[in-house]
Ligand binder design. Sequence first.
Ligand code: CMP
Length: 136
Amino acid sequence: MSNLEKTLSIIKPDAVERNLTEQIKSIFLSNGFKILNEKKLQISKNEAEQFYLVHQSKPFYNDLCSYLSSGPIVVMILEKENAIKHNRDLMGATNPKDAKLGTIRKQFGLSIDKNSVHGSDSLENATLEIEFFFKD
Ligand code: CMP
C-alpha cells in the first residue's frame, strides 16, 4: 500500500557553516526524496524554543535552542514513501558517535548538539514542524 509522506528536514548551523548544504541535499535526492520546498533562514532563540517545545523539560533544552538560533539553517519539506522513517534511517543516531556508517550524521556530525541535521520523528510532529516553517 502506498504511504507517501512529507517530513521536515533541517540542515543545522554547523553544516550550513561548513558549506555542506548542497552535498546533504544531493544525498536526499539520490535516496529518492523529493524536495518540495526549501528556504534558508536564521531563527530567533524564541522561535527555536517554540520549535523544540517537546524538549522543554530536558536539561539540554536551553543549549539546544541557543544552538539552533546561532546561525543560518536550511529547512526543507521532503516527500517519499514512508519519508519519516526513511529520513531518520538516513540521518542515523542522534549522537554521531553512535551513527552507522553511511548515515548523514556519521559522515558530517560533530557532536550530539552539532549533529548536522534534524528530521521529524512522527507523523504528528512532521505536520506541526512543516506548519511551523511553511505556514504561508
Ligand atoms: P534533533 O533531532 O534536532 O532533536 C533534538 C536535539 O537535541 C537532537 O537532535 C540533539 O542535537 C540535541 N541533544 C542534545 N543533547 C541531547 C541528548 N542528551 N539526547 C537527545 N538529544 C540531544
